[in-house]
Ligand binder design. Sequence first.
Ligand code: ATP
Length: 571
Amino acid sequence: MSTPAPNDPASHSDAAAAVPGRKPMDAIMSLCKRRGFIYQASEIYGGINGFWDYGPLGALMKRNLREAWWQDMIMNPAWGRRGPNGEPVRCVPVETCIIQHPRVWEASGHVGGFNDPMVDDRETKQRFRADHLCAVWNSLKLEEHHTELPRDKPFVSVIASTPGEAVAHIQSNPKLLRPYRLHGSFKVSPFDDRVWVAEASDKDATLLLLVRAVEVDEIRAHHDLIPSPFTQKRSVLTEPRQFNLMFFTYTGAVFNEDAKVYLRPETAQGIFVQFKNVVDTTRVKMPFGIGNTGRSFRNEVTPRNFTFRSREFEQAELEFFCHPSESREWYAFWRDFRMEWWKSIGLAGDNLVLREHDKDELSHYSQGTSDVEYRFPFTAPGFGELEGIAHRGDFDLTQHQKHSGARLEYFDQERGELLPNGSRRGERYIPHCIEPAAGLDRGVLALICEAYTRDESRPSPEFMKFHPRIAPIKAAVFPLVNKDGMPERAEALHAELNRRFGRQGLIETDAKQTIGKRYARMDEAGCPFCFTIDGQTMTDQTVTVRDRDTGGQTRIGIDRVAAFLSDRLGD
Ligand code: ATP
């Protein structure tokens, strides 16, 4: 469960594209549709807000991402590295239900706590989180009242803005300020004794603003004075209302309160409630992790930015349990590994950051939280969360122990006083837990945005630079022309590669159109290697290998193709 997220920029339609260096989100979305990565859910009925389907290439790509997570977190955790205790890291999987006993969500704090206050614009029917409104409200005041302050009070900062589309983030702050993140240069000035404002301007941003977190009650009192963020009209906003993010339904034939159940808003709780069974029925020993992947559901107030904030999405979560005395080292271990992992599948460079939360951003039980964040085109120059790595202490197991009455302590035979016979007395404790919680849909979206490349000098200027491990199509085999024995040789090579690599993704073949068009089609789908059978193949048994990123071609023996691909795919 999260603290309120910073404002999502209002729209993906691209002011962003006009800013140098930002990729055009509209073009990315259009390629996703055109090539079968992502479709609007229920599109023929006009779509349904906050829900997205994956087409053939998207489904394959998402499977590759899920598989990479499974492989590197469960089957061979942390690439076989040893943990801070000097032992290999051990993890096991579970697969738990979307619907759990309703009391699970009371214990976890989701019933009662998982609420966002929201306001509606009665005219435009837009809905905003109340805590997102404050920035816009106060920015207007800034122009009227601000006075300059010394620069040695770096409390507040602003990231991007276009007029009327304020995205303001604060990081370290005086007590009254809500924690957000810090980017860019700024001037800070007091507005009154409770409000601080910040001004930023650079070549991309006009001006901006900020603000303290205004209490919801205060917004309630002033909602008719606050202008609607995009139309700037007053007296159109409703009072803030609590909005529970959990979807609910009923089990059984009678629809009453007793039959009410929730669709899970995260996969993690399934792990905590099965912790005891896993300990009792397997040979796991502390420290160890339990992983769970699957769909989660949140009735987000304002789903937006393509799949970034959806109402149905997939998570891949690990809960790593350890002795409290070792939890800080394990937190650092997982935080660093998760960052390295995202880099290893293609999100390297300045677009990926690890952001350690400030102390005042942490939940009361947490000794540390970091987010792996990606600079999406719609958050740039700011970042959006891909994964949170949280030190959750013993909070979750303690809560479930309290609410369920089950004993969730672990008896550790390898701890406690050393006995004369050389064994240990043992120690009973509630383990601490480190939680790397990733979103697979945000992962796919980040990988798509990162891969999207335009090069006007190429015959077909758009192509996708996927890491081979993630690419939905691993390779393509083409006959240069559809005659002279080439199609048969291509078919044989295609069958061989398919047998060998078909588990990992598609191996394509295609004999239609010019070879240039076929290459362009593969480039757009992000296929890293094309092998072409041409006239020379028939005489010297070599094929061309075309590299997607450079367009360069080399020749290798046809009998070397499988080994070549195996090297590149890490098979
Ligand atoms: P945010 O602050 O953006 O709402 P969060 O902090 O609530 O995210 P977590 O509860 O930590 O998210 O969930 C773990 C991961 O699940 C997130 O890092 C993200 O990748 C993914 N996730 C959460 N909410 C959504 C959503 N509405 N749509 C898509 N992915 C999501």
